[in-house]
Design a binder for this molecule. Structure first.
Ligand SMILES: *Cc1c(COP(=O)(O)O)cnc(C)c1O
Length: 387
């Protein structure tokens, strides 16, 4: 974009006309099914707080106590003097929880992906990535200067064909575990088999599975019984099911030590506040103790799918907390989202370029803190608008 006010104005006008203009909403209450947003009371189905932990009193209380003890700012990067005992213990607990030798904290998931991919991949290398991967994985690959080869969504044959023609020595397979805008799950077992045969790096981003999938909530790799040997690089975020903020990467002792020496988004940035690390430790404990949260989420998902099918509402194939209603046209998706809002319900319309052209959708997400009556309210509103 050239420095010309007229061009910026024309760009913005164009976005409005195409129903692609993005705006923030201002929330004035804690993250929960019922929130005060832009001055209105809304029942929300759009957050990633799948377990209802973002506003949990015990996690807040740990956060406050830690802030009293350590202050708010960490003051420095991890490798200077910003790495507190809370960070250290959280990393050890994350490694234990995920069954990996070691874990490393990052301040955001975006930075974790950027840091890891760039530490391992560079010019002359090849990255194979699912077409529907999260933007942060795409950007990480682009910045690395490795060649980015995207394969059709979950198409292992396409990936295998790309490998048949591959001549690069150092390759990486990159995939979301649970696809963030579709809710479906990657074929991680087959990815792991292929990665082993090809001696490739396999990096799985479990932002939407960590906390909710697996027997103890350790994520998709726990559910599928995939060890550190099968999937050498596990990344997950702490701002979704975990209800706090930040992210981590887990893997072998040597891999993590290597990342500490080389991952620029780990080295050249301020450590997350120690109170966030402390609060996250409490959240991890609750996730393992309060199994009812995962059970309730599963029952909400099943209830919604069953009821939507009865109403003839077309959902994308997903068994996770992300249940998108496929609309197609951007204009229609925005219109339905606005009509829901008039009825006091907030569901976000997901539009291009976040999703491919012609696949605009309503991204409905559920939380353990919803009630079945909340889901009924959503279904009644959807029926009135769509059926
Ligand atoms: C949210 C998300 C991220 C980014 O994590 P942040 O901590 O929000 O920066 C990365 N990958 C996926 C798949 C995500 O959904």
């Amino acid at each position: 974009m050239r420095n010309d006010p007229k061009l910026i104005k024309a760009f913005l006008k164009d976005k409005v006309q195409q129903h692609l203009y993005r705006k923030v909403r201002i929330t004035e209450s804690a993250q929960a099914p019922r929130m005060q947003i832009d001055g209105k009371r809304l029942l929300t189905f759009c957050s990633n707080d799948y377990l209802g932990l973002a506003n949990h009193p015990e996690i807040s209380s740990t956060f406050k106590k830690a802030a009293d003890k350590y202050g708010v700012g960490s003051g420095a990067a991890h490798l200077i003097n910003g790495h507190s005992i809370e960070h250290q213990q959280l990393e050890e607990e994350l490694a234990d929880f995920t069954g990996r030798q070691k874990a490393l904290l990052f301040s955001t998931g975006y930075m974790a992906n950027m840091g890891v991919v760039n530490a391992l991949m560079g010019r002359g290398d090849v990255i194979f990535a699912d077409k529907l991967n999260h933007a942060s994985l795409v950007d990480a690959a682009l910045v690395s200067r490795a060649k980015l080869q995207r394969f059709a969504h979950k198409d292992l044959n396409a990936l295998s064909n790309l490998y048949d023609r591959n001549t690069a020595n150092n390759t990486m397979i990159l995939s979301d575990a649970v696809f963030s805008m579709d809710g479906d799950i990657a074929e991680v077992n087959r990815l792991a088999e292929l990665a082993a045969v090809e001696q490739a790096w396999l990096m799985i981003d479990d932002a939407h599975g960590f906390g909710v999938l697996g027997k103890t909530g350790a994520g998709l790799l726990e559910q599928e019984n995939l060890s550190q040997k099968d999937v050498p690089i596990l990344m997950a975020t702490l701002g979704k099911s975990i209800g706090t903020a930040g992210a981590f990467v887990a893997g072998s002792h040597d891999l993590i030590e290597y990342l500490m020496q080389t991952a620029r988004t780990y080295i050249y940035t301020t450590a997350m506040p120690p109170a966030i690390a402390a609060a996250t430790r409490t959240s991890l404990k609750l996730i393992q103790q309060e199994v009812w949260r995962r059970d309730k989420l599963v029952s909400h998902i099943e209830y919604f799918k069953r009821s939507a099918a009865q109403l003839g509402i077309q959902l994308l194939p997903s068994d996770t907390a992300i249940q998108p209603i496929l609309v197609g046209s951007t204009e229609l998706a925005v219109a339905i989202s606005q009509q829901l809002e008039q009825k006091g319900i907030l569901v976000s319309a997901i539009r291009p370029p976040t999703v491919p052209e012609g696949t605009a959708r309503l991204r409905v997400t559920f939380s353990a803190s919803h009630t079945e009556a909340d889901i009924d309210s959503l279904l009644i509103a959807l029926e009135a608008i769509m059926c």
